[in-house]
Design a protein around this ligand. Structure first.
Ligand SMILES: Nc1ncnc2c1ncn2[C@@H]1O[C@H](COP(=O)(O)OP(=O)(O)O)[C@@H](O)[C@H]1O
Ligand SMILES: [Mg+2]
Length: 472
């Protein structure tokens, strides 16, 4: 059990008892106590008097004593809290202590780490009511159903670190269409839900105005239905200060313009930009997780330490293999080639696996025998959706990259395309934000599948125009 876990536990207990979260000094007192520091050292650290630290500490011990029904003090706090956590996680009633919505079986993260304390040396706890753990209120009615989940261990670890340990206020999860952003976020919630008072998922699939989203969030967190006295921004922020909330906003790309460079808000959605910046900059104890196909531009313009962005890439081989096995494909020596060509993208792998089953009874080799770079019509449709949003200049750049077998230097692009250098740099940034190009040692390249799609489209377009000229 590390210090952060202890602080989280203590925070939940104090919140339940007093309706308030631990303040800075209470956290410093707990941290110091666990590190074996004297009150005088803690006072020096916090630059206040010994007496003040002693008062704050004894108030804390009193609250814990009342909660546990046994005397808690500086010297037994650590073992008492450990036993408390140990008894909670052993409780068979644990699942019903948490609220789940949308048929998702949410089981809070439970395993205590016993690095520092051996549970066998401890007597059974004298816990008043373990079933009184604060229940997080969760509304996932706007999220898709939970599906199978493989891999992504490192990504979950990183997101947990940012959201729980480092208490980032704005976290952006971005990546190409179908790479698994929504699925990962649902899995993450399962892992961290017991660290929050409120969790709510809002999809922006219908490009709602900011006010609609804010009103729904306020209604959920503060049960407030009447007309607001203050602005939505300040009312919501007040709630984010009062409670520890996790807000997930999915499919943010719907509020960005099509036909322009990536992540430019449409005129009616401009105010989202200011809203995200307020969440990132103002003081509160909540986190907003933003899921988008296009990385936000605000992230690169502010050096805000409370913002983090994760670019979600392909699934690792092991996870990709599990997806193919679930589809009952025959294991053969073409397996890896399939994963590589479809770039570990779970959506593309699921689509191609279905096709291989339908047409070749599950034999990958047979597919490759006919067409080693087969582009399924359903995958084409997904790529079309993504590429149709590009600006004209972005299209020029990726058409050029598609003709090259090796990564291309910026100088090469400048020599071959009639685009001024400053525009070209912005275009490359934009294509990166959309996860459409990759950088390899300052040279740029497209995924093989994208190359294939663009080239086959150009061939098709040429065929159409020559057919037209023949019939003219
Ligand atoms: N880690 C994973 N393990 C298994 N299947 C996954 C995983 N991630 C995504 N998928 C599957 O891939 C498809 C697309 O995932 P989704 O999360 O909707 O992508 P995105 O939100 O990036 O568009 C879904 O059918 C989902 O079940
Ligand atoms: Mg999604």
């Amino acid at each position: 059990m590390d210090i952060q876990e202890i602080l989280n536990l203590a925070d939940r207990l104090i919140f339940e008892k007093t309706g308030k979260h631990l303040d800075d000094l209470q956290q410093v007192v707990l941290r110091g106590t666990f590190q074996g520091k004297k009150y005088s050292e803690i006072a020096q650290e916090f630059q206040c008097t010994n007496g003040h630290v002693r008062d704050v500490a004894s108030e804390l011990w009193k609250t814990f004593s009342e909660t546990f029904g046994e005397q808690v003090n500086k010297s037994n706090l650590r073992t008492t809290l450990y036993r408390w956590q140990f008894s909670i996680v052993s409780s068979p009633n644990i699942e019903k202590d948490f609220v789940g919505i949308n048929n998702i079986n949410f089981c809070p993260e439970t395993s205590p780490s016993s690095e520092t304390i051996n549970p066998e040396n401890l007597t059974q706890p004298n816990i008043n009511k373990p079933q009184t753990i604060p229940k997080p209120k969760i509304d996932l009615s706007d999220a898709p159903d939970y599906k199978k989940f493989y891999g992504r261990t490192q990504e979950i670890k990183t997101l947990k670190k940012w959201i729980i340990q480092e208490q980032k206020k704005l976290v952006i999860l971005h990546g190409i269409n179908g790479i698994g952003k929504t699925t990962l976020a649902l899995q993450l919630i399962k892992n961290i839900q017991n660290k929050f008072d409120y969790i709510i998922w809002q999809s922006l699939r219908d490009s709602p105005p900011l006010k609609t989203i804010q009103t729904r969030l306020i209604q959920f967190i503060s049960h407030h239905n009447s007309t607001l006295q203050t602005s939505e921004n300040s009312h919501l922020l007040e709630n984010l200060r009062k409670h520890r909330c996790l807000i997930i906003l999915d499919d943010i790309q719907t509020i960005f313009n099509s036909g322009k460079l990536a992540s430019h808000y449409t005129p009616e959605h401009q105010n989202y930009s200011q809203f995200f910046q307020l969440i990132a900059q103002l003081s509160h104890q909540s986190c907003c997780l933003i899921i988008s196909r296009e990385n936000l531009r605000e992230i690169s313009t502010t050096k805000n330490t409370f913002v983090r962005s994760l670019h979600l890439k392909n699934l690792d081989n092991q996870a990709a293999t599990k997806i193919l096995k679930d589809q009952d494909l025959q294991v053969d020596d073409q397996w890896q080639k399939l994963i590589d060509f479809y770039h570990g993208n779970p959506t593309w792998l699921n689509i191609i696996a279905t096709t291989i089953n339908d047409i070749f009874s599950g034999s990958i080799s047979e597919l490759f025998q006919y067409d080693s770079l087969f582009l399924d019509a359903d995958i084409k449709e997904l790529l079309h959706q993504q590429l149709s949003r590009l600006s004209e200049l972005e299209k020029q750049v990726i058409s050029h990259l598609a003709t090259k077998t090796k990564p291309v230097a910026i100088s090469n692009l400048l020599d071959n395309l009639q685009i001024p250098p400053s525009d070209l740099l912005n275009i490359l940034k934009s294509l990166q934000r959309r996860s459409l190009i990759e950088k390899q040692e300052n040279n740029f390249t497209l995924l093989p599948l994208l190359k294939q799609y663009i080239l086959s489209n150009e061939v098709e377009a040429n065929c159409h125009s020559s057919l037209h000229s023949c019939s003219d």
